[in-house]
Design a protein around this ligand. Sequence first.
Ligand code: NDP
Ligand code: OXD
Length: 311
Amino acid sequence: MAILFTSKDDDPDAWRAALAAELPDEEFRVWPDETGDPADMEFALAWGPKRGVLARFPNLRAIFSLGAGVEHLFRDPDLPAGVPIVRLVDPGLTLRMTEYVVHWVLHFHRGFHAYAAMERRREWGRLPVPPPPERRRVGILGLGALGRDAAETLAALGFDVSGWSRSPKHLDGVRCFTGADAFHAFLSELDIAVCLLPLTEETRGILDRRALAALPRGACLINAGRGPQVVEKDLLNALDTGHLDAATLDVFEIEPLCDDHPFWTHPRVIVTPHIASQTSPSTAAPEIAANIQRVRAGEAPFPIAERLRGY
Ligand code: NDP
Ligand code: OXD
């Protein structure tokens, strides 16, 4: 039996080496050139597979996402039913996302975006001393593997942290809001909002005109979840009217961001090219290998993404 690898972005050789270090006896085959007999494939490692590709392998026992998000799998209408879709939770991925979030929260907290604008104007000056972190309200949309770690790290740095999720949560030092009914109340208390939500039917377009208006005037947004969660024209409007002070965006409705997109040159927008937390085979392969061994031992892999809820 063999492991199938299909990715539009990841380096197969790096994955081949990383998995060989964990599971030296496994055969690793890259789609499409090395596929061979489709019946040989027991597991698939996938990122953005072409529609219908995964349905060609009748003996798959699990499909592993090469990233935390799974919407790239669920958008395939031919995704084989009954095969568990396993999300990637790996300590390296979590650490890098927390680094990204902490970096941009500190950036906005200390007013470095305002100093960058002053630098562009060759203006030497001092802005008022920022408030202490306990008076800076940071809210994390999504308290899953990534959001939880970011929230706890920011709380440990002394920030006033709250979080929002679908099901109730209890995190030390974090005020937790639950469900759609609490969304606007949660947003209304934030100086900095950080989106770490998965893309689902419920979260598509969730940061629209009404949600952005619920944020206090002068708030900043960091989006490292998925681009389609933000209604781009509504965000531009909120920035242009000064309702929002600034935004750091890592993900976009269409990626790569096109050359003439207004975000590139907007004075209040910082663009990063979907790098908030890239998967590294060195930390992800051990997690996937452990799950492969679980399945072989007759146990369920984890965490399994639920098809109905979309994450
Ligand atoms: P998880 O599935 O562990 O967590 C998702 C969180 O979002 C959970 O707390 C969940 O609530 C919450 N959530 C989902 N739907 C809703 C909803 N409708 N209303 C309120 N809360 C909701 O995911 P991860 O933390 O591992 O990853 C989150 C996302 O981050 C990924 O799906 C991906 O889109 C993005 N990502 C981006 C990267 C980048 O480089 N930009 C890198 C890696 C990930 P509950 O806990 O109640 O289930
Ligand atoms: C992911 C991503 O979901 O890289 O892991 O966006």
